[in-house]
Design a protein around this ligand. Structure first.
Ligand code: PLP
Length: 354
């Protein structure tokens, strides 16, 4: 079904203009982006422009390197300890939900992981965080995609802060005085699957364990401008178009404001239907990207999802480990989609409210 709107958490839609531009570049024959050699001057220019635009949008300081890698954000769950532990054995992790726990489970294969703080439905004040001073780094999942919880304020920590921003990079301004490494899979807010961005303070480079695969060694990839092996050329092309689209609309502050306005509209509709909907996340910790809710009568969840489908509102099922309903409002989601969803939530509550 290609009509209607998708609110998928797994991948964000491309804005119509970007999708049309990408489709036009996918022509057959010589010069097609689908077979652009990574060794060509044209690709180098594309990569340089993509990086320059990313640096402008996020005000990335010169001492940070931008890596264009493959393997998805999940590969980084292992590559972080392999690259960053150095002579340390300890790493601290914030447990904010599903994706934190996936990162923690993988890190435990390489490091002694301690939990700095548990944020179940509410983010505790930074004073309550217990970061191990011996830790090589502290990891946080800035937006818990499955649970609908977002760390909007990132703290100043005594150890390097590493953030998985797979579901909110380019949807909020960043303060690189607080961050040492940021990574994100591109499929939600930056473009299309296959590219993972790693933005890393060069002071953290050169600590990789000797057994780290060379193509996954941050320092080696930085030295080779991410071309130690064939980089994900097509997703970099899509990211190039998407980044320029964001810039043309006023940049990341404008995206952040749109995310706040759009999520506020969804949360307001849920609050109006308080007898029908339950919001499990504390107000101050609610995500501006992935509002999650449950039906007060859990048996109505299937009915709600079915009615949404019939209204052309797709991919709203909650994460399998979490259940309920989840709305994803990535950069490429159209305002018209959000308006239609808000109208649906109000009408459903009126019709089926307790
Ligand atoms: N981290 C977060 C916060 C995510 O939302 C996801 C995917 O949904 C991942 C990591 C996994 O990304 P990938 O499938 O690119 O490995």
């Amino acid at each position: 079904n290609v009509s209607g709107f998708s609110f998928s958490a797994a991948a964000g839609p491309l804005p119509d203009e970007v999708a049309a531009d990408v489709a036009a570049a996918c022509r057959a024959g010589r010069g097609s982006v689908l077979s652009l050699p990574f060794t060509s001057p044209a690709f180098r220019a594309l990569q340089e422009e993509t990086e320059a635009c990313l640096r402008r949008l996020l005000a990335i300081p010169d001492r940070f390197r931008v890596l264009f890698l493959a393997g998805g954000a999940s590969a980084q769950f292992a590559l972080l300890p392999l690259n960053l532990l150095g002579t340390a054995r300890q790493a601290s992790y914030v447990d904010g939900g599903h994706w934190s726990r996936r990162a923690i489970a993988e890190a435990r294969r390489y490091a002694e992981v301690s939990i700095a703080v548990q944020a179940s439905g509410r983010i505790p004040d930074v004073g309550e965080w217990r970061v191990d001073p011996r830790a090589a780094y502290c990891h946080v999942t800035s937006n818990e995609t499955a649970d609908g919880l977002q760390f909007r304020e990132l703290p100043v920590l005594p150890v390097p802060l590493v953030a998985d921003m797979t579901s909110d990079l380019l949807m909020r301004p960043l303060d690189f005085a607080r961050l040492s490494l940021v990574y994100a899979g591109a499929q939600k807010t930056i473009g299309t699957p296959g590219l993972t961005l790693v933005i890393v303070d060069e002071r953290l480079l050169g600590r990789a364990r000797p057994e780290t695969p060379r193509v996954m060694d941050y320092a080696a990839q930085a030295a080779a401008d991410s071309r130690l092996c064939t980089p994900p050329v097509f997703p970099i092309f899509v990211a190039h178009r998407m980044l320029h689209w964001i810039e043309a609309r006023g940049g990341v502050a404008v995206m952040a404001e749109a995310a706040r306005r759009r999520s506020d509209a969804v949360y307001a509709a849920l609050a109006e239907g308080a007898g029908t909907y339950v919001m499990p996340v504390d107000r101050a910790s609610r995500s501006h990207v992935n509002p999650c809710f449950r039906l007060a009568d859990e048996a109505q969840t299937a009915l709600c999802l079915q009615a949404a489908e019939a209204a052309g509102l797709h991919d709203l099922r909650g994460h399998p480990d979490v259940g309920g309903v989840r709305v994803s409002l990535y950069n490429g989601v159209a305002d018209a989609a959000v308006d239609a969803l808000v109208a649906f939530l109000r009408a459903f509550a009126r019709r089926h409210g307790l």
